[in-house]
Design a protein around this ligand. Structure first.
Ligand code: COA
Length: 404
């Protein structure tokens, strides 16, 4: 038995309401709220990056875990902070992991986290007394005023994979699909992703049918074996399109829209208000499903579809463990979302335009973070991270330098 022992997620303490963006862009808010299915987008302040977000999530995922059992830390991201050094090494240091823990970074767009998961499952099968920490952390950035702009967001997840899962046990079968396409990419000289959104939806759906086909052949399971489904969520409306497509290609054309929504609806609640978090997105969806579903999901089989543009995709599944609710951190996640600060449009623009120096000069970043870690600045070309000393021992958010 191998699966998820603990699961935590993080999104920064700031967001822009998409009705505010719609007003500025002269767009009917219904397009963002209904057509795209997003209400708010999480925004990264200047003193946070994928390392600080990932470290915060991992801090909570590890709270009841013996650190000496962590064999490997895999960090999945497509918003890397260095061409050579893995973000995992910074997290390893910030969390005080043992020097015997291997730490490295994995990339294949939004699917890197699932590639890490597949490796983690094999590793834990090989060494059942060891654990793997997976961190997936990303900032979704698109051109200012572009069609991708309302699908921005930021967030991280951390999960401990072990032979003593408390949340979800994975089935051994999976189906994958790889194809060289240019639907979404970010060249080294750009801070924003380039995306052909409509084309990407088509490739996503093709990758879904192909990976489903292989999964179905390997496992013999059919659509009706899944009590719930989670899809990669570049925007939550994508789940409706994906689920309708899956029902059709698996020979279930007659499933009514409300029956589809009943199987994936609870997985959308968090992503609707955090926005896209690339590698983390599918697992933020899983967290949302397990924490916001009214029903007890014990014993339910959850089908999961991970898509990484470019592209690689995997369909896989797992079964929810008895007692999973007490292993989740629903109250803290809910509080984190409730205590975020809403930005004005001008404040959003200020965050969006902030850049660390690109000429090699030193800098100190202003203090904004709502998390336990911050990027204090850059000195001699080196990123300097620090632990945050909170004003309140409860970890209540502090926003000390709102300059705009
Ligand atoms: N009320 C309700 N719905 C509305 C509306 C309104 N007033 N106005 C438009 N809509 C609907 C449209 O009908 C459309 O629905 P459909 O998808 O069912 O056809 C939807 O809103 C989006 O409108 P569209 O004109 O297609 O939007 P767009 O050209 O601005 O593109 C995305 C939307 C999502 C494709 C774009 O934001 C994007 O590319 N985002 C990035 C996605 C990504 O990262 N993909 C790669 C990784 S998987």
């Amino acid at each position: 038995m191998v699966g998820i022992e603990s699961l935590a997620f993080y999104t920064p303490g700031y967001y822009l309401d998409l009705t505010t963006l719609a007003e500025e862009r002269g767009v009917d808010p219904g397009k963002y709220l209904i057509g795209i299915g997003q209400e708010k987008m999480g925004l990264l302040p200047p003193d946070e990056d994928v390392v600080t977000m990932g470290a915060h999530a991992a801090h909570y995922a590890l709270k009841d875990v013996d650190l000496s059992t962590i064999d490997t830390l895999m960090f999945a991201t497509e918003s890397g902070v260095d061409q050579s050094k893995a973000a995992a090494i910074y997290v390893h240091q910030l969390l005080g992991l043992p020097s015997t823990t291997k730490a490295f970074e994995i990339k294949q767009a939004c699917c890197g986290s699932t590639a890490a998961l597949q490796m983690a499952l094999a590793l834990v099968h090989q060494k059942p007394n060891k654990r793997v920490l997976i961190v997936a952390s990303d900032v979704a950035r698109y051109g200012f005023g572009s069609s991708g702009e309302p699908t921005q967001g930021a967030g991280a997840i951390a999960m401990v994979i072990s032979s003593t899962p408390k949340i979800l046990e994975f089935d051994p079968e999976s189906g994958s699909y790889t194809e060289d396409v240019m639907d979404f990419w970010r060249p080294n000289y750009m801070d924003e992703a380039l995306v052909d959104g409509k084309y990407s939806i088509k490739v996503y759906l093709r990758a879904l049918s192909e990976s489903w086909k292989q999964y179905h052949e390997e496992s013999g399971r059919t659509y009706n074996d899944f009590a719930r489904l989670c899809f990669h969520l570049p925007f939550t409306r994508m789940a409706d399109k994906a689920h309708t497509h899956l029902a059709r290609v698996s020979g279930n054309r007659e499933v009514a829209p409300n029956a589809l929504a009943a199987r994936h609806g609870a997985s959308l609640a968090y992503n609707r208000v955090t926005g896209n978090s690339y590698t983390a997105s599918l697992y933020v969806g899983l967290t949302s499903l397990l924490e916001t579903s009214d029903e007890d999901l014990t014993g339910s089989r959850v089908g999961m579809f991970s898509y990484g543009s470019g592209c690689m995709a995997t369909f896989f599944s797992g079964v929810v463990m008895e007692g999973y609710r007490s292993a989740m951190d629903a109250r803290r996640h809910h509080e984190m979302l409730q205590t975020r600060r809403e930005l004005t449009y001008r404040q959003y623009e200020h965050f969006y335009r902030f850049r660390l120096p690109i000429d090699g000069s030193d800098c100190n970043t202003p203090r904004y973070t709502a998390g336990w870690f911050r990027l204090a600045g850059v000195k001699d070309h080196k990123r300097i991270y620090e632990k945050v000393v909170k004003d309140e021992p409860s970890g209540t958010l502090t926003h000390t330098e709102m300059v705009v």
